[in-house]
Design a protein around this ligand. Structure first.
Ligand code: SF4
Length: 257
């Protein structure tokens, strides 16, 4: 694969994403390939424009301006899947959910659940480490108005599919919001999981058990940690804590089997 100026392998099409994701055997390689992806012209233009113009309060920072890879160890039993990076959050810092209010919520909750080393996530190198959980987004580039198109979602899905496949101990996926819920079904079908028909409707606290090639996998729905939900009280800290407690309970249950 050709490398860009920063040394990341470049992918330029939906078919290229399929090929580039398919052969990856390590998360670090996947993260590098994700970081060099340019398959969605609208999102590439937007993320780079945001990185060039910047928000006034961050004018002295170098924005990442690239797709944002996942975070967390390969032995994670729990995955948390969100929507997409925020323009001045992950698109600025280069780390998923890092540098915005949504990230403040999810990492504080992961810390309360015993899955993060600290309750804050401000920048790469801030000391944050995750244990037992991998955090990723269904779409890796910041979209205008936080709204990727269905085509962009589908183009990006091989990255998520490969990432989940590289977590051999995965037992629980916490899905933040209806977009990620919808995005996951084709990913899981391609991975060989038997899916219920009709598909279960997304909701906070909804729990779905799936059987697949690596045994049981449980999906847990949670309202997204967007400010739209947290400012209005639609999602509260106790509500998010309850979902993560259930996730750790399920993951721990499987650990003892
Ligand atoms: S959204 Fe996904 S597929 Fe599209 S350019 Fe970004 S990383 Fe590539």
């Amino acid at each position: 694969m050709a490398l860009d100026a920063d040394g990341f392998p470049v992918t330029r099409s939906a078919a290229g994403v399929v090929r580039a994701a398919a052969g990856v055997r390590e998360l670090a390689v996947l993260d590098a390939r994700v970081s060099g992806c340019r398959a969605c012209p609208r999102l590439v233009a937007w993320r780079e424009e945001v990185a060039r113009v910047k928000r006034a309060s961050f004018r002295d920072e170098d924005y990442w301006g690239r797709p944002v890879p996942g975070l967390g160890p390969a032995d994670a039993r729990i995955a948390v899947v969100g929507l997409a990076p925020a323009a001045h959050g992950g698109n600025r810092t280069g780390r998923v959910f890092t540098g915005d209010r949504s990230g403040d919520w999810i990492f504080a909750a992961l810390w309360r659940a015993g899955l993060a080393s600290q309750p804050t996530s401000t920048h790469i190198g801030d000391g944050l480490e995750l244990t037992g959980v991998r955090v990723a987004a269904a779409v890796r580039c910041a979209p205008p108005d936080n709204a990727p198109t269905p085509q962009e979602r589908d183009t990006c899905s091989p990255w998520l599919a490969r990432e989940l496949a590289l977590l051999p101990d995965l037992r629980v996926i916490v899905v933040l919001g209806g977009f990620g819920w919808t995005a996951l079904w084709p990913v899981l079908a391609a991975a060989g999981y038997r899916l219920p028909r009709p598909r279960p409707v997304f909701g906070h606290g909804v729990e779905v058990d799936l059987e697949g090639p690596r045994g049981r996998l449980t999906l847990l729905g949670s309202y997204h940690v967007s400010q739209q939900n947290t400012f209005t009280g639609r999602l509260t800290e106790p509500m998010l804590d309850a979902v993560l407690a259930r996730a750790t309970e399920l993951a721990g249950t499987f650990a003892r089997e």
